[in-house]
Design a protein around this ligand. Structure first.
Ligand code: PEP
Ligand code: MG
Length: 517
């Protein structure tokens, strides 16, 4: 975590994605030739700014804004600007006139008015150059406002529901920013130069006067990046879970979305006993009691040959098909999981790999329940299962999409062949279509393939309505941070745009373009 120090201007702690204040308009280096009525335009610009500030003052009841509107409407300033505009374009003339006013104030007791003057200058110049009016950003979700300095005209109209905190580069503890932040009850740190970019998640501690930044550690709401639930910027929950292959020293995870159990079965000549398995599962479950743990039953076969269980190819006996030849192996495993659950007080979910039909799903759920395991699910890894996900979901409590195998079977491309990697690319439109089809099923749906580790795909999946994402623990912070920087509406828009793409490259490029930051 890195910490930037400034001056605490309004107490409280808040965390969220940065949105920077609209930039000040910059005059082009070479002024164009003056137009026919530059003096009139200079006056009109200042009139416009004064009227706009008056309007905002009336809307907010702000005395500060009324005072600034009076400066903008000061006839002495207008006359000076108009005089200068006889020689140069109005934008340059207004800039110069206000610059003179500014120089007169610097060092005097009215030095605090300088920000007001700069604000008037920026608005008038933007109006004259036909540029967007500088002002608060509007990213569409709550944000931490970062600005060089906040003019009272803008500070006064901030929406406390949208602005989580304020960080300014300049300003003192009695600046307008501080006054306004305190008045609307949001934390603020002033005098804190930074190079934050939009979408970057920061934590503002207004009492300590510090801003903390580190994608891996900065919680979006207190604790979110540690153990709290994953969520979008507007609070839509998406469980962010770890994928593990054995006992793992997991810290601060919300739970486990895929526990691959093959490690217990590989490299031996006979299956582990119920007791051996019970001890192993206990070791995994004990530190995670109270959190979700999804245990996947043995996925022998294909790339995980286990001679006494299944040696089948990718299209042969693998995954749940083991129950055809060796139902005892499945029963023993479920029994061991149930005993480990009873030992620890954990309530693991169980799921079966390679489910092809609703009948297979129903048989698995029935067997799990016979062993007292009440939450049973099916992995969706075959196109047949994806197409009939609704029927499968009627037989089980949840679905979990295994994108690694779903890609392999949809494209008839061995997932381990580097030469075919382009086909099993998770951004393939056909794969995304299958996932989108499954996502419409009204049940709890997770994604547990490698695709869930890609922060941009995580946004797409969230937009499609996926409830949980399971990934290598190392990927959790970046996925969590990325998710926290986007609203659900943004994820939906992004998913819709990505789904219109015709190639993986186009899909990826679209997501990159639309993602914040
Ligand atoms: C998958 O296929 O996406 C999956 C999670 O299972 P595995 O990688 O273990 O086959
Ligand atoms: Mg799989």
């Amino acid at each position: 975590m890195s910490t930037l120090r400034g001056i605490g201007a309004s107490p409280g702690v808040a965390t969220g994605p940065v949105a920077r204040f609209g930039c000040r308009p910059v005059l082009p280096p070479v002024a164009p030739p003056p137009g026919p009525d530059e003096p009139g335009r200079a006056r009109a610009a200042l009139d416009h700014v004064a009227a706009e500030l008056d309007r905002r003052a009336a809307a907010t009841g702000s005395d500060i804004l009324t005072a600034i509107a009076m400066i903008a409407g000061d006839p002495v300033l207008a006359t000076r600007a108009a005089d200068l505009a006889a020689e140069e374009p109005a934008a340059w003339a207004v800039d110069r006139a206000i610059g003179e006013y500014r120089a007169a104030l610097a060092g005097g007791h009215l030095v605090d008015r300088i920000t007001d003057l700069d604000d008037i200058r920026d608005r008038a110049v933007a109006w004259l150059l036909d540029l967007p009016m500088p002002g608060p950003p509007n990213p569409g979700h709550p944000y931490v406002l970062v600005a060089a300095d906040l003019a009272p005209a803008d500070a006064a109209v901030l929406d406390p529901d949208q602005v989580l905190a304020i960080v300014t580069e300049r300003g003192g503890p009695t600046s307008h920013t501080a006054i306004v932040a305190k008045a609307i009850g949001i934390p603020a740190v002033v005098g804190c130069p930074s190079s934050f970019v939009d979408g970057q998640v920061v934590q503002v501690d207004g009492a300590a006067g510090v801003v903390r930044t580190h994608p891996a550690a900065a919680p979006v709401r207190r604790g979110l990046l540690d153990v709290g639930p994953g969520r979008t910027a507007d609070g839509h929950g998406v469980e962010l879970l770890a994928t593990i292959g054995g006992p793992d020293p997991l810290h601060g995870v919300e739970g486990v979305g895929l526990f691959r159990t093959e490690f217990l079965f590989l490299g031996r000549s006979r299956p582990p006993t119920v007791e051996e398995q019970r001890l192993a599962y206990r070791e995994v479950l004990a530190p995670l009691v109270g959190r979700k743990v999804v245990v996947r039953t043995l996925d022998a076969g294909s790339d995980k040959p286990i001679p006494y269980a299944a040696t089948g190819s990718a299209l042969g006996i693998r995954g749940i098909r083991i129950a055809r030849a060796r139902p005892d192996l499945l029963r023993d495993q479920l029994e061991a999981i149930a005993r480990a659950a009873a030992d620890t007080g954990a309530a693991p979910w169980v799921m079966a790999p390679m489910i092809a039909t609703p009948a297979e799903a129903a048989a698995f759920a029935a067997t799990a329940r016979e062993h007292g395991l009440t939450t049973a699910g099916a992995m969706v890894e075959l196109p047949a299962a994806a197409l009939r996900a609704g029927d499968i979901a009627s037989e089980v409590d949840f679905l979990s999409i295994g994108t690694n195998d779903l890609a392999q079977y949809a494209f008839a491309a061995d997932r381990h062949l580097a030469d075919l990697a382009d086909l099993v690319d998770p951004w393939q439109p056909a794969l995304l279509d299958l996932i989108a089809h499954v996502a419409k099923v009204p049940t709890h749906i997770g994604i547990c393939g490698e695709a869930a580790s890609d922060p941009l795909l995580a946004l797409v999946f969230t937009g499609l309505g996926i409830d949980s994402l399971s990934m290598t623990p190392q990927s959790l912070p970046i996925v969590r941070t990325t998710l926290a920087a986007h609203t659900l509406a943004q994820c939906r828009e992004l998913a819709a745009a990505v789904r219109r793409a015709k190639t993986p490259a186009e899909a990826r490029g679209t997501a990159r373009r639309l993602a914040v930051g």
